[in-house]
Design a protein around this ligand. Structure first.
Ligand SMILES: [Zn+2]
Length: 123
């Protein structure tokens, strides 16, 4: 998580404030924690195969905190599993924009591009 004021990377500390500019980030941290909680619910639902419920939870995570590449990478997986490849690609590209070296987003995009070249868009 980055400080919205000075863009420094936030590291957890006792005062919940940015180490560089001292801005109080406690409310932001609360929102971030809630977003992560929804993301974890989504991951759990994902493993049980309930993709629609997983997507609903993941959407909440993204609504609360849209700058997490992991959330968008999971959104991409969920879209792909439901056959929505254009949306999957868009989500993975967003993940890559936030985190250029995101391993999952990069791999999935590569696989999907290869598949579409073979004119066989099944994942
Ligand atoms: Zn700061």
């Amino acid at each position: 998580m980055k400080c919205p004021v000075c863009r420094a990377t936030y590291r957890p500390n006792e005062t919940s404030s940015c180490q560089r500019c001292k801005t109080d980030l406690s409310s932001l941290i609360q929102i971030h924690d809630r977003a992560v909680w929804h993301y974890q619910q989504a991951l759990q639902l994902f493993t049980t195969g309930d993709y629609l419920a997983a997507q609903a939870q993941n959407d909440r995570a993204i609504a609360l905190h849209s700058n997490n590449a992991d959330f968008h990478a999971l959104a991409g997986q969920l879209w792909a599993l439901q056959g929505e490849f254009q949306r999957a690609i868009a989500a993975w590209k967003q993940a890559q924009q936030l985190e250029p070296r995101h391993p999952l987003a990069g791999n999935c995009l590569q696989i999907l591009t290869q598949l579409s070249r073979k004119d066989n868009p099944s994942c």
